[in-house]
Design a protein around this ligand. Structure first.
Ligand code: A5A
Ligand code: ZN
Length: 475
């Protein structure tokens, strides 16, 4: 049994293990083991991410080790990461001449090679991505899938363009790609431009995707960075223009980690376990024969028929013909978030019917077996997706309030996101953070539906004209 979800921290800790996502017993802090079931879920979710990336990017693989000389080149970048880098200093018993960093992210692994790859305008745009592990010596509280020291599923895309504007166009495309990805997972989000003091080290600006966890704290589930020509200047990456001049490239990069799985689990799950959208569930359908003495054969015959038929349609189906009582069977598959349950007892077997129910609803429906068609199942899956999205969105919006004074804002911290207007001055931003004891997430790039506030208004600190911003306690 799980603790109730209202006790989110405990619930999360337990569900990760009981639902066989991660084994948290690995003896290194911040490192965890994917269980087979968790890894299947990862594969399905990342399949979607790859599908989206593959449309316009080429997949690559760069080494995990970066020489100190390259990692240290870009001043802002190294300043942002120096406290988080793991170093390799020895090969066997020999001390290395040049220390090697375990990549905390791959800009400085890739860009010296981009310098060799990019010659002329015809080589642009260059758009690549990789899904790899990266290492960050995180000092804040580590948590499975949320704050890792080995991020195992870091999807990072890196692009090069002719100028600032073309790179900016790509930032917009990347935002749309991430929207598509999170929409597919039915996870609601804010798209927020990070304040100057919280942008990615080395970036011109950073756009983040933030969702709200059930406990009211936000989780940054992806970021898109405009790098301008900052790295190009450091790594001397130039191309020949059609006119024959030499110009610096402009770059972007964007990343998503297994936090996407953390949000999927946290946002949709309930007191009994996972709730997974049909498309990403490792088991999409469970067939449960209800076995009574003397009727086993009849029931099993029909159950097997149904099982075979659904498998034949290409769905991921399990059959639970164990001796457990029905209640125990229901509980088991609810824990794993199986979207569609099909029960067949003696009465149903006789009348060629089945009792179907969806993981996110308490409704059971009896239907003729012949109505278990591919089309019907796909339609039900879409309906379930719409319900999940609607519910997740509603729950997120319940945790969003607009404020025009700092005291009430401070009280709201820990419960959700506070929206407010903020001018451009760094002092006002700092004043907000000081007073509410939380980090400013930044300026809303879009105002989500259902939020009735204007884009511009008086700065909550100084009263000058400001833009709509968000602040919250975050993971
Ligand atoms: N090179 C760019 C893409 C980059 O590294 N950006 S980033 O630092 O913002 O990381 C991308 C995303 O990885 C973040 O938005 C966050 O969702 C996730 N992430 C960062 N640190 C993490 C950690 N320690 N554990 C899990 N996910 C993390
Ligand atoms: Zn101000």
């Amino acid at each position: 049994m799980l603790p109730p979800k209202s006790n989110f921290s405990e619930w999360y800790h337990e569900i990760i293990q009981h639902a066989q996502i991660m084994d948290i017993r690995y003896p290194v802090k911040g490192l965890y083991v994917w269980f087979p079931f968790g890894f299947k879920l990862r594969k399905l979710v990342y399949g979607k991410l790859r599908e989206i990336m593959d449309r316009e990017h080429d997949e690559v693989y760069f080494p995990a080790l970066i020489p100190e000389t390259e990692l240290g080149k870009e001043g802002q970048h190294i300043k942002g990461f120096e406290d988080e880098v793991y170093w390799i200093t020895h090969g066997g018993i020999d001390e290395l001449d040049v220390k090697l960093a375990l990549r905390p992210t791959s800009e400085t692994a890739m860009y010296p090679m981009f310098r060799l790859w990019i010659r002329s305008h015809a080589d642009l745009p260059l758009k690549v991505y990789q899904v790899v592990n990266v290492f960050r010596y995180e000092t804040k509280h580590t948590r499975p899938l949320i704050r890792l020291r080995e991020i195992t599923s870091f999807k990072e895309a890196h692009t090069a363009h002719r100028n600032y504007e073309e790179a900016e166009e790509n930032v917009k495309k990347a935002i749309n790609s991430y929207k598509e990805f999170y929409d597919a997972l039915a996870i609601p989000y804010f798209v927020i431009k990070r304040p100057e003091w919280d942008k990615f080290p080395g970036a011109d600006y950073t756009i983040a995707f933030d969702t709200i966890m059930p406990d009211g704290r936000t989780l940054q589930i992806g970021t898109v960075h405009h790098l301008a020509d900052n790295f190009a200047k450091t790594f001397d990456i130039k191309y020949e223009t059609p006119e024959g001049d030499h110009a610096y490239i402009h770059q972007t990069c964007y990343g998503i980690s297994e936090r996407c799985i953390a949000s999927l689990i946290s946002i949709h799950g309930d007191d009994v376990g996972l709730i997974l959208p049909f498309e990403y569930a490792p088991h999409q359908i469970v067939v449960i024969p209800i076995l009574y003495k003397g009727k086993e054969e009849l029931v099993m015959n029909v159950a097997n028929q149904v099982y075979d038929r659904l498998r034949g349609m290409g769905f991921r189906v399990v059959m639970d013909d164990s001796d457990d009582r029905p209640g125990a069977k229901y509980y088991r598959w609810e824990l794993f978030g199986v979207p569609l349950r099909i029960e067949i007892g003696p009465r149903e077997a006789e009348s060629k019917e089945a009792v179907v129910s969806f993981r996110d609803e308490k409704v059971k429906k009896k239907i003729p077996i012949e109505e278990l068609t591919e089309d019907n199942i796909k339609t039900w899956a879409e309906e379930m997706h719409a319900r999940l999205r609607e519910k997740a969105y509603r729950e997120m919006m319940e945790k969003v309030r607009y404020f025009d004074d700092l005291d009430s804002m401070a009280e709201w911290m820990g419960k959700g996101v506070a929206l407010f207007h903020l001018c451009e001055s760094i002092e006002c931003g700092e004043e907000v953070e000081e007073r509410v004891k939380a980090g400013v997430l930044g300026q809303l790039v879009e105002i989500p539906e259902g939020i009735d506030v204007s884009e511009k208004g008086q700065c909550v600190v100084c009263g000058r004209e400001g833009k709509l911003n968000a602040v919250a306690k975050s993971y």
